[in-house]
Design a protein around this ligand. Sequence first.
Ligand SMILES: [Zn+2]
Length: 115
Amino acid sequence: MLNAKRFAPLPTVALGDCRQQRPTSRRCECGGCGKTFLATAIIDAMPAFDDRAGGYTILRHLHCDFCNHVEVWTEGVDLDGRPSGVPLGPRGRLTGTLVEKFLARYPEAAGVEMC
Ligand SMILES: [Zn+2]
């Protein structure tokens, strides 16, 4: 259950200067502008078995408020279902009305979790 009080609107959050080259279990960087997000900003699907990868993978989504797009990529998962932090292939991008539909379904993706 989403606790809306745990999230702050992105305009109230200063852009961090910590950069990461690829997603990890703790941080993720937008592939367009380089803005860094906490891993809690990533919306994950349920892990599913992927025949091509030969194991379980997870579909991940990150909304970047600066670029106004949603990045989509797949990662392998460990035995506990945690993402590996290593994308399997290039990231895709959702734009336009697909971003609006994504944010309508996952409003928590438009904010950051307060620590
Ligand atoms: Zn961006």
